[in-house]
Structures are given as C-alpha cells and as structure tokens.
Ligand binder design. Structure first.
Ligand SMILES: [Zn+2]
Ligand SMILES: [Zn+2]
Length: 705
C-alpha cells in the first residue's frame, strides 16, 4: 500500500495523508492533482509526497478518490506559489486556492454525498449528487492548498513538461522610430546581462511598439510571453493591438471573463503545446507558466496591481519580478510615471533604466499653468470654485468647439483641514500624514498612530481663519458650471453617475464623439481613454490630490496629474492643463511645469525622513470584530505578539480613516521595518504566531498601497 501527503485549499490545515488505491498506484506522483474529501467535502488537492508508511493509525486514513486527468504541477510553479505564500504571509493553501480558475472554486462548497468512505454522508440524503460532483471533479482544476509549511515540501520528482518545438512568426511588426530602436537595443543588452529593465516613456512615446517587438522575438524563439496590464479598460485597448500581430498565440486572462474561458486559458498554458502570449491582469501571474521568455508589466506604477480584497495580498509588479527570478526570464517594467519603488531600485542598482523621451505622434504636448488661489482671492478674481483665468480659458475653448475636462479629487472617507489663505494642511507631527477631521468631537486625528488634537479655530501657520474642509464634491462644480456656461453641454462622471454601466459608457461615448463640451469627473476618468477634441484639462483644489491620508499621496498626485496631462492634446492639437491650488509652491505642481531631478529627490527625501517605503518596509494588520470590547482585547494580544516577534517600530492600534467596514469595528497596526533587516525571518516568526488567532478577525497586508 502507498500513501500520499496532499495539500488542500484550506487556510490552516497542514498536509493530510491519504492512501493510494491499488488501481492508481504508480500513477499518483508528486505534483499530481487528485480528488480527496475532508469532513465530507470534496477538494482538488496536490500531491506533496508519496510514501510507503503513514505516520499514524492506518484506520483513520481515507483513500484518494481519483486522479485528475490534468498536467501535474511543475517544480517552478510550486516554487512560485511557495514564495508568494512566504513573502505575503499567507498559507500555501490560500495561494493555491487563488491560483485556480474560478469555475471549480464553487465545488468546495458542495457536500460530496454518499461516496463510500468519502466523509460522513448526512443521514437521509440521497446519493443522487454523487454523479455530478464526480463528473465535474474529473476535469476541474482547483488546485490544492495547505498551511505555509514550505520546508516540508520535497521538490524532487516533480513533473517536467515535455515542451514544444513550435515557433511563432508574427504578422507585420510595428515600424520603429530611431529612438525606439535605440531603446530596444539597450533593453536587449540588459536582458542578455541578466538584468531587469524599467522603461520610462511619456504617454504616447511608443512603449507598446517596443513590447510588441520584444514579445515577437520571444515567440519566434519558441518562448512564452506574459504581458500584464493594471485594468480591464487598458487590457481591451491593448488586446486589439496585440491581436493584429499575434492572431493565434494571444490568450487574454482576467477575472471578469467567463469560467470556461479562464479554464481554457489555464489548460493551454498548462499544456504548453505552442508558444503563447498571455495578456492579463495581475492574476495571470498565477497561471501554470513555463518556458517564459519575457514578462512585461505595463503601467507598473498603477496601484491596481495590488490585490487588497483577499489573500494573497500581492503586488503584481513585485510578484512579476519574483516569477521572473524563478523562471529565469527578464522582466520589463514600463511607465510614464514610474513608482518611487522602481526609481529607488534603479538607484540601488537593482533595475536598469531606459528612457524614451519623444512622443510617438508628432505635435501634441501640454502646457501647464498653475493658478495660485489665495492670490486670486486677494485680487477678487474667484467665482465659486473657479478662478477668472480658468473661466476665461474655458470660454475660449467653448468658442473654438474644443472640449474641456474638469477634474476634482475623489471624495475621501473623511476630510482633511486646510487654511484657505495659505494652503496649510494639518498633519500628524510624527507621521506627516494629513489628519482627518471628526465633526462629532471637533477634533483631528491621525489614522496611523492614533494621535489626536482639537481642531484649531485659526490657521497655526498664518494665524488667519477659519480653517476649511477639503471635500466639496463634483456635483457642486457641475452646478456652478451650468450657471457660468448655460449654453454648454455638461456631464458629470463620478461614482454617483456611473453606478449604471450603460450610463458610464454613454457618458464616455458622448464625450469622445464630441457631443459633450465639458466633462466634470474624478480619478475614474484618468485611465484608458483617448479624447481627440480635448484641449483643456482643469484641476480644481489640486492640493486635495496631495492630501489623501497616505504617505504616497505626492507620488500618486504626480502620477495622476501627468496622466491627465497626457489626455489633453494628444495628437495634432496642443493641450493645456490649468491647476488651481492653494499650494502653488508644492514640488508636485512645480514638477508638472518643469520637471527637475531635484524636485523628485525632494519628494523622495521626505519619505526617507519619515521612514516610509521605499526606504523601509511596511506590514499592515487589520483587526476587525462586531464587538468593540473583543476588538480591544484582540488588539492587546496582537500588540504583545508584535513586540515578542522583534518588531520595534509599531504604529497603532489606531482607527483607520474608515472606522467600520461592513458593520464591523476595525483597528489597524502599521509595522515599519528597516530595509537592511532580515525581515523574511521576522515575518515568518510573526506569521506563525498570528496564525493561531481565528482567521476572520485579522488581515495581514505586506507592502500595503
Ligand atoms: Zn494659513
Ligand atoms: Zn500619526
């Protein structure tokens, strides 16, 4: 009799031993996907090891139900999932559960009834469900799961795929400019030297042509390509371009697709019969890739790359670098506005830097005007939310039948306090993060460390007052515009008006067809849209963009505003961006007008000074409970665990800017650690202690965004 230890897609279970039925002996191997039951529930699991003797009582061991007819998990796939589990402090089972196509996840909620020896069939239930569960079980792919006991896993004997000899000749490659050609040559030589590359190119500089050319080279060599984009809207745009060049080898993969489609892509990737290029969102990293020749991470700065709603709470860019290391393939990060993390890695010598400066389309380009609002107010040149220079600029565009985009920062959970005269924003003295205003107690508090102080009557900086709240919505702006420009066709694009998907696409269609004169919108509008007649972008209360409750606020603001700049005047019409702000001297706005290395340094230095990433690393713990007292007890327990695990720089427990999540009370800890410290060990220690606390009450987020 043979026995097999398998991993089940459950959070806190270690591997479980099953017996191998005689007819499956010799067929069940390490890496095989098998069907097993745990307390009457059917799971797809992966075999960790096969052995002759079990460690405990044979009478308690149940048999493996069946062997799933599917390519086994490879060594590299296994290594990748294990590294993700270890880095992001979750169990291997959780990573496996996530890696599976969605179709089969439903199965684990079904009771497998009446199979002899298969758990405990509830009395009085018929056996009729058995057939359907078994039938769908044979072709379902839900992999595995286990706790993070990675040391137990024996890598030896894992299945190695036979591989393919096919090569793909792309049709009609893009024609490259001299600058693109030079950039490609640099990228190639870095790749040859085993280095990853950050490609920095402004909007419209032609990064996509470079991606396509490099991808084609891989497919030609019989290697596979993974092309990641942050959002579905971006994916749709790129998809049509890639389909032209790679009609037969393009596979698209993201969570909004149907389960059968995802399963088919999973199958094709697993079988690895022909070279493929997968275009996908971050979850495409978890396909069972092999023979990867290139990983592209486009818009690498985009925070949508971070998974926040479920474990593993991974970052697509960082995980791509991990996958690249395991697969031994180069990673190309691309962005018009690189993340501080990537710029830091360039400086630290971990990434090579290749810039693209010219625009692919001749002409275009935007000029930037900063309007100093306190100054305008003193001149009596402000009407409602608008300065006279901005109103004049809008009038001119309307006369020329050009389009205007008015942008207002998304409403936050809570509001920061600002001085309307000097633009001073109240920040936490130790965390440097804007404090949020609480109406009830008329106080300000920091959601990182919990520091609190009464709201001041006058501005602490200039002595004038009263302070005002940063928080007017897009609705008021729309109303004002209607009174200033009664003839204009005005629409609003924000969370309220786009609840209905049809309405959302209608508003965008109207605007791109030139049927709307002024569009008022929030962040939602910054991505994936190309408006041909848009020549003026106005940003109102721009300081609000830099004042979200987050240490990355400046970086985000810069990325967002540059994106908006890229929207206006893209092809043959020059565009203008007008920024209204009470902080005209802020480095972010200065940089938009005249980018200088020194300004970027200044923003980075501020991060270093307060010990924020990329100069440190952060782990965020979110504790929740319906019972406030229980939550406080839990917070005390976690505090103790943190100190005992050797972490020194602990912020919290503090209430996040949203104090309740779906009716539950929440508290958070922010744990900072030095980059030089061995944090892998510290994390392991911490995780093994936190695992003893019931899973639903605590969420671990490594490198939160
Ligand atoms: Zn002031
Ligand atoms: Zn603080």
């Amino acid at each position: 009799m043979k026995y097999a230890d398998v991993i089940i897609p459950l959070k806190f279970r270690d591997s479980i031993t099953y017996s191998v039925p005689q007819e499956l002996e010799g067929k069940v191997a390490v890496g095989s996907l098998v069907r097993v039951t745990v307390v009457g529930r059917a799971y797809t699991a992966v075999v960790l090891r096969v052995k002759d003797e079990p460690e405990f009582d044979i009478s308690k061991i149940k048999p493996i139900k069946e062997l799933i007819n599917f390519p086994p998990v490879t060594q590299a796939n296994m290594d990748f999932l294990r590294q993700v589990a270890s880095y992001y402090m979750c169990s291997l089972g959780e990573v496996f559960r996530f890696a599976a196509p969605s179709t089969v996840k439903v199965l684990k909620h079904q009771k497998q009834k009446g199979i002899p020896g298969g758990g405990e069939p509830p009395a009085g239930q018929s056996d009729s469900a058995t057939g359907s569960v078994k039938a769908s079980g044979t072709d379902c792919l839900e992999p595995l799961g286990s706790p993070g006991h990675s040391a137990d896993i024996e890598p030896a004997g894992l299945y190695d795929r036979p591989g393919h000899s096919a090569v793909i000749e792309p049709t009609a490659l893009p024609v490259l400019s001299p600058e693109q050609t030079t950039a490609i040559e640099h990228i190639r030589s870095h790749f040859t030297a085993g280095r990853n590359v950050l490609l920095h190119g402004v909007t419209g500089s032609g990064k996509t042509e470079i991606y396509i050319t490099l991808a084609a080279e891989c497919l030609k060599k019989g290697q596979n390509v993974l092309y990641l984009v942050p959002e579905i809207a971006v994916s749709r745009q790129i998809q049509s371009r890639l389909a032209v060049h790679f009609p037969d080898s393009l596979l698209v993969y993201h969570s909004k697709q149907t389960a059968p489609h995802r399963r088919e892509v999973y199958s094709r990737v697993a079988s690895d019969a022909e070279p493929y290029i997968v275009l996908g969102l971050r979850s495409a990293l978890f396909l069972p890739h092999d023979r990867l020749g290139l990983i592209i991470v486009d818009e690498e700065h985009d925070q949508s790359y971070k998974q926040t709603d479920q474990a593993p709470r991974y970052h697509g860019r960082d995980t791509a670098l991990m996958l690249g290391r395991i697969q031994g393939c180069p990673v190309l990060l691309g962005s018009a506005t690189p993340s501080f993390e990537s710029l830091y890695n360039v400086r630290a010598g971990r990434l090579e830097y290749v810039p693209l400066t010219h625009r692919y389309f001749e002409g275009g380009g935007s000029t930037v005007t900063i309007v100093d609002m306190p100054l305008q107010r003193r001149r009596n040149a402000v009407k409602g939310s608008f300065s006279l220079p901005l109103l004049k600029a809008i009038t001119t565009r309307l006369e020329r039948h050009e389009q205007v985009l008015v942008f207002r920062s998304r409403r936050a959970y809570a509001s920061a306090m600002e001085c309307p005269d000097c633009g001073f924003i109240l920040r936490c003295p130790s965390c440097n993060i804007p404090m949020s205003y609480h109406k009830f107690s008329h106080s300000l508090s920091c959601h990182w460390c919990g520091y609190s102080e009464p709201a001041p009557a006058a501005c602490p900086q200039c002595g004038k007052g009263p302070m005002s709240l940063l928080g007017d919505g897009t609705e008021k702006i729309e109303e004002e515009l209607r009174t200033f420009f009664p003839e204009a066709r005005i629409e609003r694009f924000d969370a309220d008006t786009t609840k209905d998907k049809k309405e959302e696409s209608r508003i965008l269609k109207q605007f791109s067809e030139g049927k709307t004169d002024i569009l008022v919108g929030t962040q939602m509008i910054s991505k994936g849209f190309d408006f041909k007649h848009l020549t003026l972008t106005a940003v109102l209360k721009a300081e609000a963009v830099t004042s979200v409750f987050d240490f990355r606020a400046d970086e985000r603001a810069l990325q967002l505003l540059l994106q908006f700049m890229g929207r206006a005047g893209r092809r043959d019409t020059p565009g203008e961006m007008i920024i209204q702000t009470s902080r005209a001297d802020h480095p972010v706005f200065r940089m938009l007008r005249l980018p200088e290395e020194g300004d970027l340094q200044a923003l980075m230095e501020e991060r270093r000074e307060f010990g924020y990433p990329p100069f440190s690393r952060i782990i965020r713990l979110l504790l929740k409970s319906q019972d406030k007292e229980k939550l406080d007890i839990l917070a005390k327990e976690v505090s103790g665990i943190l100190v005992n695990s050797g972490f020194r720089d602990i912020c919290g427990p503090a209430a996040p800017p949203f104090e309740k999540i779906s009716g539950e009370f929440v508290l958070q800890f922010m744990i900072k650690t030095d980059r030089s410290r061995n944090w892998t060990q510290a994390k392991e220690r911490l995780y093994s202690r936190l695992r003893r606390i019931p899973s639903s009450e605590i969420t671990i987020d490594v490198d939160p965004v």
